[in-house]
Design a protein. Structure first.
Length: 142
């Protein structure tokens, strides 16, 4: 079972959640690695929208997008680990539109409430509850 963990590099639980999900026997798409990370693809900020669009269409960004999209197209469940940014929320919406179960992890460290979180099929607040929800939604077959 492929689990797509959508979040932010800045989320303090990110590494722990990846470790727990993999440790439970699931496969994940690890978007954290490689040269296509956001810090390498984009400037910290843009004054010129055309410069941003040019970076968005650069070969490295296209490769990264294609890899993430391929994982989204084949994932069995998506975990939206909050707090997270725009990309993670777009990924969750894309998965929900494909009828892929979405688990929303509301971390105690903080998150911004949003009406579209209603797309979530399950809500969890800790790693043990996440693993229970994954087992119920996407059991690991060995």
């Amino acid at each position: 079972m492929l689990i797509y963990i959508a979040s932010s590099f800045r989320n303090p639980l990110l590494a722990s959640v990846f470790t727990a999900v993999v440790g439970a026997g699931y496969t994940t798409h690890d978007w954290r690695t490689g040269d296509g990370t956001a810090g390498r693809l984009f400037a910290a900020s843009y004054d010129d929208p055309a410069a941003y669009v040019a970076d968005l269409n650069a070969p490295a960004a296209v490769r990264k997008f294609d890899a993430d999209l391929a994982a989204l197209d084949t994932c069995d469940t998506l975990v939206l680990l909050l707090p997270s940014g725009n990309d993670a929320h777009c990924e969750a919406g894309y998965a929900a539109a494909r009828n892929v179960p979405v688990i929303i992890f509301l971390a105690a460290e903080g998150f911004a409430p949003g009406l579209m979180h209603r797309f979530g099929d399950e809500f969890v607040t800790n790693i043990p509850d996440l693993l229970r929800a994954l087992t119920a939604i996407a059991p690991v077959y060995t």
